[in-house]
Every structure is written in structure tokens, then in C-alpha cells.
Design a protein around this ligand. Structure first.
Ligand code: NI
Ligand code: MN
Length: 243
């Protein structure tokens, strides 16, 4: 499995001939490492209704002729805009030709901001357990630390996990390190930081603390990717254009 970070909470996850994109906030993201028109995906996965996660989901899905997978309320909102959707909800898993998605709980909001003001009900925010081939990637979405991350670690063999470290709106560095100790993932990747001033963090300092508590991680600059191997030996393949 190859995991490419595109900035904020956006990842391109590839296994074999299939690539899926998670939380494609590219337009308006000062750190985005790709343009929405560069993305080729078999599916677009969205953790919750906030603009910095739904992002360019509708445009990418329309151009690629692929579905958006999200909770029921976000799916309904997008389907009303003519987007092909595959609704799910927390606790449910669903298998697609390219892999399996299970939505997990997240402690956050999910209101969909409407043009011209106001919010639309966006259901519950989610994390995503994405399994492609033998590999499972846990994208925590936007969330606080919660005790059932221990259960996620016990019930799943997580090869790689992306955790928010930005603080203010999500877990900060301290809580994400506790999450890392519970999830028992092979590799941790920080996300949801440095995009905007309130969520500025020192990811290298976080990585040092992660390693000192006996865990593996990597800080991917936007555009960088890593290969997940069953041995946990992830290798940073370096900056290159989006595949
Ligand atoms: Ni959010
Ligand atoms: Mn967010």
C-alpha cells in the first residue's frame, strides 16, 4: 500500500491498480500538493461535512466517474448536487471492488456550511478504516482522543494510521501520542496541522516523542508518500508528482 499525503487531512491511498482519495481539500488549501484535476481515483472518501474535508470531493467524483463514500447525511447533501454516492454510517463496513471501508466514531462536528450562510445537518463525523489487499489504513478524521481507540487497536491490525495533531479543533500532540499508544499501528503519520495559523505544530518534535515511546512514524511533507510493508518498514519514497 502506498500512502501519499497531499496536505491537511488529504491522502491518496494506492494498492495494486486502485487509488482512493480521502478528504480532498485541495482548492483553498495553502499546502495542497495537487490540484483536484490531477486526482485519478476509484472512490472519494469523506470523513465529515466540514469544508476542509469535503473540499473538492464533488468535482473529483464527477470527473473520475466514481462515487463519494461518506455518512448518510453528507451523502444525501452531495447526491442532491448530482454526485454519485455510497452512503454508510458509523460502525458499518462495506466492500467495494478496490477494498473495504468501515466508518468509526469520531468526536467532532459535521455541519455542512452553506453558501450564503447557515449550516445543514451533516450527521456524525467519522474516522475511516480502509483495507486494500492485506493492508489497513486508519484515518482518524477530525477527532478528540477517545477511549475506544483502545478497542480499535484491539480489534484491528492497523498497518498505518493518520492522526490529527493540530490541536484547537482536534487532538493536539499530547493526546495524539496517547492515541498512538492505544491503536498499536505499525506506522503513524501526523495530519491536520500547519495549514492555518491556529493549528501550527512542530511535527518533527512530535515524531521524536512518538519514537521515544517506542513507536514508528513518519512526517510526510505534502506531496511525499510512503510504502507500507507488512514488516512495518515504511520507506519514504520522496517528493514526486501525483500518480
Ligand atoms: Ni472538521
Ligand atoms: Mn478539519
Amino acid at each position: 500500500m502506498n500512502i501519499r499525503y497531499l496536505g491537511h487531512s488529504c491522502f491518496l491511498v494506492r494498492h495494486g491498480e486502485h487509488t482512493v482519495v480521502i478528504d480532498p481539500f485541495l482548492t483553498g488549501n495553502p499546502l495542497a500538493a495537487a490540484r483536484p484535476e490531477d486526482i485519478q481515483a476509484s472512490a472519494v472518501l469523506v470523513t465529515h461535512g466540514h469544508g476542509d474535508h469535503v473540499g473538492d470531493a464533488a468535482a473529483i467524483a464527477a470527473r473520475c466517474g466514481c462515487p463519494v463514500i461518506a455518512n448518510y447525511e453528507v451523502s444525501l447533501h452531495l447526491s442532491q448536487q448530482g454526485v454519485q454516492v455510497e452512503p454508510m454510517h458509523i460502525g458499518g463496513a462495506r466492500t467495494f471492488p478496490w477494498g473495504t471501508v468501515k466508518l468509526t466514531q469520531a468526536f467532532h462536528g459535521s455541519g455542512i456550511e452553506l453558501e450564503g450562510g447557515g449550516f445543514k445537518e451533516g450527521g456524525m463525523p467519522a474516522g475511516i478504516l480502509l483495507t486494500m489487499g492485506p493492508y489497513t489504513f486508519y484515518h482518524a478524521g477530525d477527532t478528540a482522543l477517545f477511549g475506544d481507540m483502545k478497542m480499535l487497536g484491539e480489534l484491528n491490525r492497523i498497518d498505518a494510521a493518520a492522526l490529527p495533531i493540530g490541536d484547537v479543533f482536534t487532538m493536539g500532540p499530547d493526546d495524539s501520542l496517547i492515541a498512538a499508544s492505544w491503536l498499536k499501528a505499525g506506522l503513524y503519520i501526523p495530519m491536520h496541522y500547519n495549514t492555518f495559523p491556529p493549528i501550527r505544530q512542530d511535527a518533527d518534535a512530535w515524531l521524536e516523542r512518538l519514537r521515544s515511546q517506542g513507536q514508528s512514524g513518519t512526517v510526510l511533507k505534502p506531496g511525499e508518500s510512503c510504502d507500507i510493508k507488512r514488516t512495518d518498514a515504511a520507506v519514504i519514497s520522496g517528493r514526486s508528482s501525483v500518480e
